[in-house]
Design a protein around this ligand. Structure first.
Ligand SMILES: Nc1ncnc2c1ncn2[C@@H]1O[C@H](COP(=O)(O)OP(=O)(O)OP(=O)(O)O)[C@@H](O)[C@H]1O
Length: 340
């Protein structure tokens, strides 16, 4: 059962988006039918992914998938794929043996987000600022959730190519006088303020704590939800500044990624957190920080930014791929296991 290039996966296809906190599944019965959506599950509630599929997918429908395409948060190497931020390990060979599947493909979760931004319609996104994205220019997606995912998307030879990477781990540095007061107090990873130290759920709490220390007040919140809720309610000064600065730092990184990919097709914010802070993202400071990239400020003004509002965007991206694999340049070597 070696992994190799082979014919397209056969229907029904189980598609899954396995995040650090949540796992989402749906089943595609054929290339044209709407996906059968299954309820979100929390990864912490099941010891293994196989248990989750057995108990939460197979018990909810009589349809037995023949193939699976799974997006996971973590690097895909070898036959055992551990997830970042979650104790599950995806073992495709074992899934084939134990779940009656013929074919399992595993891709990076932000590759799936990139497939989504190639295919989502206008109802599935909200523009922040001007709308002038060129249809086949390169795009970028970045998503603060349990972690911070990043991927590019390039159009070539009539197909979309997702470019996965580890862009959530680039360095983030201080710029304003206030940043310089706060940054020394941000929790580091081996001495580094990487993107994920700030721009994700636990990063929100790191930033809030650093602001409290800079202000000489005792931090009250340890859950990112409390920080965003008190910011939205206007009931805590440090929480309000946290969300303000989170938006600014997210916009700066979004701008950096737009420069790297020359993303004239648009920069898309995915992941769970942007939708929780829409009010703050709609304020002018997001675009101001995004565009503030001398000597390229004028060019940045022409690059559109969007929040992905589709609640299951990665699944939608995987479904688009499952229906028409040849529309996408997705490499399968080393990450597809099949009995055929
Ligand atoms: N209201 C909120 N405000 C801010 N952060 C929140 C809120 N609700 C949940 N979070 C945080 O969002 C993160 C979960 O993000 P998301 O919903 O994208 O889940 P996920 O799919 O598991 O993420 P990932 O794919 O990055 O692992 C957690 O860190 C959680 O604490």
């Amino acid at each position: 059962m070696p992994s190799h290039e082979t014919a397209d996966p056969v229907f029904p296809i189980l598609i899954g988006d396995i995040g650090g906190t949540n796992a989402r599944f749906s089943i595609l019965t054929d290339a044209t039918a709407a996906p059968m959506e299954l309820p979100n599950i929390r990864t912490a509630e099941f010891p293994t992914i196989d248990d989750a599929i057995r108990q939460d997918v197979f018990q909810k429908t009589d349809i037995r998938p023949r193939s699976a395409i799974l997006a996971v948060a973590g690097p895909i190497q070898g036959d055992e794929i551990p997830l970042t931020n979650c104790p599950w390990v995806v073992r495709p060979k074992q899934m084939i043996a134990a779940l009656g599947l013929e074919d399992v493909m595993v891709v990076n979760d932000f590759e799936a987000q990139a497939l989504a931004i190639a295919t989502l319609g206008e109802d599935d996104r909200e523009a922040l600022g001007p709308m002038n994205a060129s249809p086949t220019a390169s795009r970028v997606v970045l998503g603060p959730g349990t972690g911070l995912g990043v991927a590019g998307l390039v159009y070539a030879q009539g197909r979309w190519f997702p470019i996965p990477g580890e862009g959530g781990h680039v360095d983030i540095g201080p710029r304003s006088a206030r940043d310089y007061a706060i940054f020394p107090h941000i929790e580091t990873i081996e001495g580094r303020v990487a993107g994920e130290q700030i721009l994700c759920g636990r990063g929100l709490v790191h930033l809030y704590t650093a602001i409290c220390i800079a202000d000489g007040v005792t931090p009250k919140f340890t859950d990112p939800k409390d920080v965003t809720e008190h910011a939205e309610a206007g009931s805590d000064a440090q929480a309000m500044e946290t969300v303000d600065l989170f938006v600014t730092y997210l916009a700066r990184l979004a701008g950096d990624l737009a420069l790297i990919f020359m993303a004239k097709g648009g920069v898309f914010l995915a992941g769970g957190i942007p939708q929780k802070i829409m009010h703050a993202l709609r304020q002018p400071q997001f675009r101001a920080a995004f565009e503030d990239k001398a000597p390229h400020t004028e060019m940045m003004k022409t690059i559109s930014t969007f929040v992905v509002t589709h609640p299951r965007a990665a699944l939608a991206g995987l479904a688009a791929y499952a229906r028409a694999p040849s529309d996408f340049g997705l490499a399968t070597r080393g990450r597809r296991w099949t009995t055929r």
